[in-house]
Write a protein that binds this ligand. Structure first.
Ligand code: F6P
Length: 357
């Protein structure tokens, strides 16, 4: 009998259910007897022993369903070793619950923070297999994370809608795209949506260059400009500040996010009419796109195969078009960012997209 614990941690995204379904279908297709324990709301469920036993029926019909049937929450790694408000040692509690249920393995689906905790549990002696989820695609060790392509679809749809209105009104439109501290989502949605200017954290922008790019378009007869800006984008001046000073600046800023500050600067420098659109959490929502359904199923299948083989301590990732297993200790604590001179950025520049640099 194999006893498998499963949890989804951190921000949700599309295809979490598809990935879990892939794991469970693989296990149930084998000749092994399997019990699945679903921990609710991420690591919280494991800490406080909040779980439900799941059967094949729970995983039926969820391939196309967004969100996560297990619920999720953020349990910051930074404080994972601190006791909770009632003095509970969270790491010890997770270990005890794992042993009490006689689990053979934990399947953990999550992004960067989740992987740090997963690796900690591995070092504490638990068997762990993880799957890379995040719309940000910023997880080291995998070329792609599930959720990303679906989020690109949503963000692109937002830019497409803005495009028609921008053209009708001859305004500057700024669309703020999620992605935390990296620009994958903005770059891909920006290119797919035909944005004229794309601003990403990896390339701090010069406001004068942004305004120049706008003026150039106007001179060439384009009555409007679409700017796709990553929520983590940063100006050259801000990038030159120390971390502490930048934090102070943000605390005092009257703007809710970088796109509003950019809008204010563009209005002051050019006098043009500017509007900001923030699709926000819609980018994590809805049904996974076909790519993610297939991708998450493949990752899930490989995770299932690893478990059946007793191979633990890996994240199942995707590198050079192959599904691979990546040691958890290599993944934990590393952020994957875009290279400033990545081919895709060079190509975007060749077709006239400005990065404000
Ligand atoms: O990591 C996914 C993500 O959606 C990021 O793009 C974004 O910065 C963050 O989560 C938002 O987190 P929350 O849902 O906690 O506001």
């Amino acid at each position: 009998m194999l006893r498998i614990g499963m949890l989804t941690s951190g921000g949700d995204c599309q295809a979490l259910n598809a990935a879990m379904r892939g794991v469970v279908k693989t296990l149930f297709t084998s000749d092994t007897d399997v019990e699945i324990y679903g921990f609710l709301e991420g690591y919280k469920g494991l800490i406080y022993s909040n779980f439900k036993m799941l059967t094949g029926a729970d995983f039926s019909g969820i391939l196309t369903k967004g969100g996560t049937i297990l619920g999720s929450s953020r349990t910051p790694f930074k404080t994972i070793k601190d006791p909770d408000e009632n003095g509970v040692d969270k790491v010890e509690a997770m270990k005890q619950n794992y042993y009490k249920l006689k689990l053979d393995c934990l399947v953990i689906l999550g992004g960067n923070g989740t992987h740090k905790t997963a690796n900690l549990l591995r070092t504490e002696g638990l068997n762990v297999v993880t799957l890379p989820k995040t719309i940000d695609n910023d997880l080291w060790g995998t070329d792609m994370t599930f959720g990303f392509q679906s989020a690109v679809d949503v963000a692109t749809a937002a830019i497409d809608c803005i495009h028609t209105t921008a053209a009708s009104h001859g305004r500057i439109f700024i669309v703020e795209v999620m992605g935390h501290k990296v620009g994958y989502l903005t770059l891909n949605a920006g290119m797919a949506g035909g944005a004229d200017i794309i601003l990403i954290p990896e390339i701090p922008y010069d406001i004068d260059q942004v305004c120049k790019a706008i003026e150039r378009r106007h001179k060439n007869g384009a009555g409007f400009t679409i700017i796709a800006i990553a929520e983590g984008a940063i100006s050259k001046e801000d990038a030159a500040l120390s971390k502490k000073d930048y934090k102070k600046k943000l605390e005092k800023s009257p703007f809710p996010s970088v796109s509003y500050e950019l809008a204010d600067q563009i209005i002051k420098k050019t006098g043009y009419d500017v509007r900001v659109t923030v699709p926000g959490h819609t980018q994590r929502g809805g049904s996974p796109c076909p790519y993610d359904r297939v991708f998450a199923s493949r990752l899930g299948a490989e995770a299932g195969r690893l478990i059946l083989n007793g191979e633990y301590g890996f994240m199942v990732g995707y590198r050079n078009r192959e599904i691979v297993k990546v040691p958890l200790e290599d993944v934990a604590g590393k952020l994957k960012m875009l290279e400033k001179d990545a081919l895709i950025i060079q190509e975007a520049k060749l077709i006239g997209i400005s990065f404000g640099d």
